[in-house]
Design a protein around this ligand. Structure first.
Ligand code: ATP
Ligand code: MG
Length: 443
């Protein structure tokens, strides 16, 4: 597990960190509550060991803020010996467990084990994901790969909550589809779903688009107009391409989110609004925040529950089902033969699912018979030969090897034993090659 240890005493912190690292956990340390919150946002954390008494921000507050940002995080509070009331309060604030100082290491291990067990049950990929009945969902979508079933299981858990969801994924991966699904699975489903594409709004009109304007607020404001916040009242507001919001507008948006009121342009009175926000972007907001191009406080406010939608090239096993889905959607009797399907699966789909949809549309429109073969595919697919490798033979071979390894690993969800068996090499050789070729998960 990824464990964050928060304690102002470096000796105690070091002791716990050393012990847990030896047990095979990935450990991050923080010396104060403030430091802990920063680490928490910057790194993947499953479990926090949180000292209750610290100078500066106290454990209670750190706990509350972490839970606000990620309700799924697990926290063990470390309290003074005999401080039962503190422990009770910590549990009420959402701590999963508490331990008294001095920490009994064996007890700590047992507690971590229990939490791990619960995490597995709560998030048990196989169980939750197998139980997802895509036919019963209010939106038709394909989620045949483990990666997409994982996305769906997050969606099912996040939808009923009031929390803001940040959807990140490349263009055409289905962010808008997932946003609609979040809405339709929420208690707000009878209320409006309103989407604002932030990339399509001219800079000067953002405020009016978001918050509306009063009659005569500016030249051209002939009538009073409601902004998307008011249109989405009691429902869900999708802020699409949220990375495109100008900084000045970000500040106003943040204030509205915090105060749950808006002010129309040219209006005097604050208007209360009740909206669930879903934000979507194909940009790396965290990086943008680090570079000063996106407000960090707004990023934290939007990123309460983060859902990352994987690109199609990382879930190629879904392609045959997507093909059938789209052909049925077009009402086409066409069928792709094996060769065509295989060539399609080789392609890297920079435009993701949308690109696949368009390719199929074009193909079935132009094909002479419903039997679609290689020759019917558009040239960019037909002639696609995999990522081009530059340089001499050695480099090109290395690139091919790299591709084969990554493909095998992805086929087996990065379980190295199985990928190695598939490739007909030992796991040790696989690990050696991965290291030499710089292959890591995600990369
Ligand atoms: N899993 C899926 N099953 C079926 N159809 C899908 C799936 N994912 C995406 N699509 C379809 O692909 C198209 C693109 O999806 P969508 O508009 O949601 O992508 P997006 O991530 O919002 O893209 P962009 O970043 O370009 O706005 C839509 O027609 C959508 O219905
Ligand atoms: Mg979109």
């Amino acid at each position: 597990m990824n464990i964050l240890i928060v304690d102002d005493e470096s000796l105690q912190r070091g002791l716990l960190a050393g012990f847990l690292a030896k047990q095979g956990h990935a450990v991050v340390e923080a010396a104060s509550g403030e430091d802990a919150l920063q680490r928490f946002m910057a790194e993947p954390v499953d479990l926090v060991l949180l000292d209750h008494r610290m100078p500066g921000m106290a454990g209670d507050e750190v706990l509350a803020r972490m839970k606000e940002r990620n309700p799924l995080v697990r926290v063990i509070m470390i309290t003074a010996y005999g401080a039962v009331d503190t422990a009770v309060r910590a549990m009420q604030l959402g701590a999963d467990d508490f331990l008294e100082k001095p920490v009994d290491l064996q007890l700590l291990l047992a507690r971590i084990g229990a939490i791990e067990e619960r995490l597995y049950i709560a998030g048990d990929a196989a169980r939750v994901e197998a139980a997802i009945d895509t036919a019963a969902l209010p939106v038709k979508l394909i989620a045949a790969s483990p990666a997409m079933r994982h996305v769906l299981s997050l969606v099912l858990r996040a939808a009923p909550s009031p929390w803001t969801v940040l959807l990140q994924g490349e263009t055409g991966t289905g962010k808008e589809l997932i946003a609609r699904l979040l809405h339709l699975l929420s208690p707000r489903k009878e209320q409006p779903f309103v989407a604002l594409n932030c990339a399509a709004v001219p800079e000067g009109l953002f405020e009016s688009e978001l918050f509306g304007h009063e009659k005569g607020a500016f030249t051209g404001a002939i009538n009073r107009r409601r902004g998307v916040f008011e249109q989405a009242h009691r429902g869900t507001l999708l802020l699409d391409e949220v990375g495109e919001l100008p900084l000045a507008v970000q500040a106003k948006l943040l204030r509205s989110l915090q105060e749950q009121t808006i002010r129309r342009v040219g209006g005097e009175q604050p208007v209360p609004v009740d909206v669930r926000i879903v934000a979507a972007t194909n940009r790396d907001l965290r990086q943008m925040a680090a570079d000063g191009n996106f407000r960090e406080d707004l990023y934290f406010r939007l990123n309460v529950i983060a859902i990352e939608i994987p690109p199609l090239r990382r879930r190629k096993e879904e392609i045959p089902e997507l093909v059938r889905f789209f052909l049925a959607k077009f009402g086409s009797p066409a069928v792709l033969d094996d060769q065509a399907m295989q060539q399609l699966a080789k392609y890297h789909f920079p435009g993701n699912v949308r690109e696949l949809e368009h390719i199929l549309q074009r193909t079935v429109t132009l094909a002479r018979s419903p039997q679609i073969g290689l020759r019917d595919l558009p040239p960019e697919i037909r002639e696609y030969r995999g990522p081009v490798a530059e340089g001499d033979l050695v480099h090109r071979l290395a690139e091919v090897e790299r591709q084969l390894l990554i493909e095998a690993l992805e086929r087996h969800q990065w379980v190295q034993t199985r990928a190695a068996a598939d490739l007909g090499i030992s796991e040790r050789v696989l690990r050696y090659k991965m290291e030499r070729l710089g292959i890591t998960k995600k990369g």
